[in-house]
Design a protein around this ligand. Structure first.
Ligand SMILES: Nc1ncnc2c1ncn2[C@@H]1O[C@H](COP(=O)(O)OP(=O)(O)OP(=O)(O)O)[C@@H](O)[C@H]1O
Ligand SMILES: Nc1ncnc2c1ncn2[C@@H]1O[C@H](COP(=O)(O)OP(=O)(O)OP(=O)(O)O)[C@@H](O)[C@H]1O
Length: 589
């Protein structure tokens, strides 16, 4: 079985020589394997295509993919139009349980949530005709999903959804947090959620002025407060600090005792403590995706990292994703490259104090701290996009800065934008050290304004690292990236820093990313939203301990090296706290 996918945003028959038609051996023999449709996009007939792949190589805009599917796949559940992405399988919500969905970007996780939450009516892969619910139900007869789909088709099920891209909320809602949440209090638990998600301080603020972390928590409170039969949460961790992630996870577990919850999540440490079972999503991003049967959470995560599904007998990746444990060498003999001065910056409600410090040549300085404690403000002061009230950064230091929130509002293609930032685009260094680890090659011809959150993030990292600079600043590079990409960008940022007469500062809430990347750590402390102060830089163990001790969270490593959060109050948790080993530990080895 074979599928042909045309990435419509990259298909421009007016601008190319219609190479897909010109070089197709079947077209040369006289049939219509590839034609240009009325909407000026290529259409590939999957019945006629022989799968030679010549059109894929010849297309100047990388707009085509032809893929042979694994044999055992049966009927698709949905296809986004002719030559569009195809999805096989659905997750199953279960009474009393949190069901997770784990997989790379662009593999159909959100699509499956849209189907189960009733936003998208499945078409069983048939894009040229109306497909009735009866046909869908016939297909699921005798399966665990039948009852659920029947209720859904009869519109007899009430669902609550936390959408993936919360930055859309201010575009459709203009009132205050109180106005928005007031309409959702259907179970009389809103005050409880406001308290547990520490939203009291922002309750009268206009939605448009909230930070990403605050908006994420408002969206969560809005979803959890509804009186629904089923709850669907599409990524809860972006922009939340570790403490807030744990608080959100605990609330979701509480809710799952009463109502089924389905969650999509890339943060493995959180998914691990939150979900009872996981469905793995595999396939080829933007081409096809398969949702597996449910697996126990620990087994499922390990199979996903391994890239092999023993029950299905499918290897979907040729290599395993491994979590390196890095020996953190003392680098005290590195030369000091630059000094940042003592600075202060005050907003109406918040003030930041920074004691001066130094960053060494080739060093990566990790930055940890709660939401709203001044990390991005500090980055803005260093980068010169914010004016300090006292102190001033040396303007001779050349800075390359990736901000936390990305704008993707240009129609220029990825390649055009990258070429504007570097003269090295055509070198093999650029291919191997930038494009490959960020998996950018396949969408170089895509216009920036059509990229997903994870794709845009990777382009922004490439732009930042492409410039010549003395100091590279990356604010939350892991947001919206899948697990594999997080491991890859961590290695890549490290490699970029090593052996270069430059320094790098990385702010991130993913503890593992900070562990992988950093030589030393700056810890931001204070009272979120009111005052913050940068402490350090500390060596890795001291920095991690200082940050995690304040949160009361300990980590251990499992056999594969993956960091896992210890259950609060468990034997290991108590033992590590007593030994003062919050992250790097001798005890759990
Ligand atoms: N309305 C749509 N029309 C056409 N294609 C779509 C549509 N929505 C999504 N797609 C495509 O379907 C594929 C799967 O998208 P989906 O959002 O379900 O992935 P995902 O696994 O949730 O990814 P991520 O982790 O990045 O959120 C992507 O290639 C996407 O471009
Ligand atoms: N331009 C501004 N005007 C007023 N207040 C601001 C402004 N920028 C930031 N703040 C406030 O300053 C505080 C610190 O914000 P900052 O973005 O530096 O925090 P952060 O530690 O980076 O948080 P996060 O982890 O959520 O990104 C927050 O309370 C924020 O609301």
């Amino acid at each position: 079985m074979r599928i042909a996918v045309v990435h419509r945003d990259r298909c421009h028959p007016v601008k190319c020589g219609t190479e897909c038609i010109l070089y197709c051996p079947r077209v040369r023999t006289g049939d219509e394997t590839v034609v240009i449709g009325e909407d000026q996009k290529a259409i590939i007939s999957e019945e006629l295509c022989v799968g030679c792949g010549i059109c894929v190589k010849k297309c100047p805009f990388q707009a085509l993919d032809i893929v042979n599917l694994p044999e055992q796949l049966d009927q698709p559940i949905h296809r986004y139009g002719q030559n569009g992405f195809v999805l096989y399988g659905l997750p199953i919500p279960v009474e009393g349980k949190v069901t997770g969905i784990l997989g790379p970007n662009g593999i159909g996780k959100s699509t499956s949530v849209k189907i189960l939450s009733g936003t998208l009516v499945p078409n069983l892969g048939r894009t040229d005709e109306e497909v009735s619910w009866k046909e869908v139900l016939d297909l699921y007869q005798g399966t665990e999903l039948f009852d659920y789909l029947q209720l859904l088709s009869q519109k007899n099920v009430k669902v609550a959804v936390k959408p993936q891209y919360i930055d859309q909320i201010p575009k459709v809602f203009s009132g205050s947090v109180r106005d928005l949440l007031g309409t959702t209090d259907e179970r009389g638990k809103l005050d409880y959620y406001i308290d547990r998600l520490t939203l009291k301080a922002v309750i009268d603020r206009p939605i448009a002025t909230l930070s990403g972390g605050e908006l994420q928590r408002v969206a969560l409170a809005a979803c959890l407060s509804r009186d629904a039969d089923f709850y669907f949460l599409d990524e809860i961790t972006p922009y939340l600090d570790v403490y807030q992630r744990m608080a959100a996870a605990n609330l979701i577990r509480e809710l799952a005792q009463e109502r089924p919850v389905v969650i999509v999540e890339h943060d493995l440490a959180i998914l691990d403590m939150l979900a009872d079972t996981v469905h793995i999503a595999y396939g080829e991003p933007a081409v096809f995706g398969v949702i597996t049967h449910p697996k126990g959470v620990r087994v499922g995560i390990n199979q996903y990292l391994e890239g092999f599904l023993p029950e299905e007998n499918v290897r979907f990746r040729t290599y395993a994703v491994t979590f390196d444990t890095r020996a953190h060498a003392s680098d005290a003999d590195r030369e000091v490259l630059l000094e940042f001065p003592a600075m202060t910056k005050g907003f109406t409600q918040f003030s930041l104090t920074v004691d001066g410090g130094e960053i060494r040549s080739g060093e990566v300085l990790g930055v940890l701290g709660a939401n709203g404690i001044g990390k991005s403000t500090f980055a803005g002061l260093l980068a010169g996009v914010l004016e300090p009230d006292t102190g001033a950064m040396d303007t001779r230091v050349r800075i390359s800065y990736k901000p936390q929130y990305l704008k993707g509002d240009t129609e220029a293609t990825v390649e055009e934008v990258l070429r504007q930032t570097t003269t090295k685009f055509d070198t093999s260094y650029y291919q191997h050290e930038i494009l490959e680890p960020l998996s950018l090659a396949q969408f170089l011809q895509a216009p920036i304004n059509t990229l997903s959150g994870g794709e845009l993030q990777r382009v922004a990292i490439a732009i930042c690292l492409s410039r010549d600079a003395d100091l590279y600043i990356l604010d939350e590079p892991s947001a919206h990236l899948d697990v594999e990409q997080r491991v890859k960008i961590s290695r890549m940022i490290r490699k970029h820093a090593e052996g270069r007469d430059a320094s790098t500062l990385v702010i991130d809430h993913d503890i593992y990313v900070i562990d992988m990347i950093s030589d030393r750590i700056l810890v931001f402390e204070g009272e979120p939203g009111i005052r913050g102060k940068a402490a350090g830089p500390f060596d890795m163990a001291a920095g991690m301990n200082r940050f995690l001790e304040a949160l009361g969270i300990t980590f251990r490593r499992d056999k594969s090296g993956r960091p896992r959060i210890n259950k609060p109050g468990s034997f290991l948790d108590r033992e590590q706290i007593a030994a003062g080993e919050y992250y790097y530990t001798e005890i759990s080895k």
